[in-house]
Design a protein around this ligand. Structure first.
Ligand SMILES: [Zn+2]
Length: 293
């Protein structure tokens, strides 16, 4: 009986200690989040991303795999002949992306090769008419097999075409932005960076719609943040994202872009990060960018 009471007292003391630690943690987090509003969300996001990553790895556990030091490529039997091209292509360029965006990675990055766009879409529950060559989401790069859209890979220029028009550098850059900012970024911001990095490394660029469009027609940043995928002109949304990040880098350099990524990683809002690093709010930045072209 006495033993039972001592045990009970010990348990109560332990629970009280846990509650105090939890309370202390919450208070520290609250204090930090006054200055870094996105910090609590970022901390939770890290957990969500790793869980989602594990889930995809589990779902493709019976697929074939090809490993390198940095990547784990999952593919199905029909892509046996294509998977080396995927690995060679990403190996050729990922270090350049890391250098541009000050990133070092320790964990292996999963790349899932889907045999066609339908199966890639299905993995997200998309309708069959939504197609993309590649998608980055939650720590995982998913691509449609190059065999699906590139045709005869034995042709000499297939490698160069896949490197330039394929999704590898673009999706990898999205992954780097996600890790550098701990998930704390807006859609136009990451689309602008991914396109600029892609342009720097492979020379690929979509049509320059934004510069051929009246500046009054440009989308508001709020609309680009909330409804990027449903904006009527996807071409303008992507192009405007690139033009704005290109202007930022031309005016302030990659060092300032990286400083903005650091502040986002520490939980600042995009508006705060811009103000701290370049001394302009997002709206002032957008006006200055519009007036410069
Ligand atoms: Zn993108």
């Amino acid at each position: 009986m006495l033993q039972g009471t001592a045990y009970l007292k010990g348990t109560v003391r332990f629970l009280r200690l846990c509650a105090n630690i939890a309370l202390g943690f919450i208070l520290v987090l609250l204090a930090l989040s006054v200055k870094n509003p996105a910090l609590p969300k970022s901390l939770a996001y890290g957990f969500v991303r790793e869980t989602a990553k594990k889930e995809v790895e589990f779902r493709t556990r019976n697929w074939n795999s090809l490993k390198s030091e940095q990547f784990l490529i999952k593919y199905q039997d029909q892509d046996l002949d294509n998977v080396n091209l995927v690995l060679e292509t990403i190996n050729m360029d990922f270090q350049k992306v890391n250098e541009i965006l000050n990133f070092t990675n320790n964990a292996k990055i999963p790349i899932i090769v889907y045999p066609d766009s339908l199966s890639l879409g299905k993995s997200f529950g998309w309708d069959s008419d939504q197609s993309a060559m590649g998608v980055y989401w939650a720590g995982v790069i998913r691509i449609v097999s190059p065999g699906e859209w590139l045709g005869d890979l034995a042709q000499g220029d297939a490698k160069e075409v896949f490197r330039k028009k394929g999704p590898m550098v673009h999706e990898y850059a999205h992954l780097v932005v996600d890790y550098r900012t701990r998930g704390n970024y807006t859609r136009w911001f990451t689309e602008g960076i991914a396109q600029l990095v892609e342009k720097e490394i492979t020379g690929f660029q979509f049509e320059n719609t934004a510069l051929n469009t009246d500046r009054a027609e440009w989308y508001d940043l709020k609309d680009m943040d909330r409804d990027f995928d449903s904006l009527p002109s996807q071409s303008l949304a992507y192009s405007q994202s690139l033009v704005m990040i290109q202007w930022l880098v031309d005016e302030y350099g990659y060092d300032d872009l990286n400083a903005i990524l650091n502040h986002l990683g520490a939980g600042k809002t995009l508006n705060q990060a811009f103000q701290i690093v370049i001394g302009k709010t997002l709206n002032q930045f957008m006006e200055a960018c519009k007036n410069s072209y």
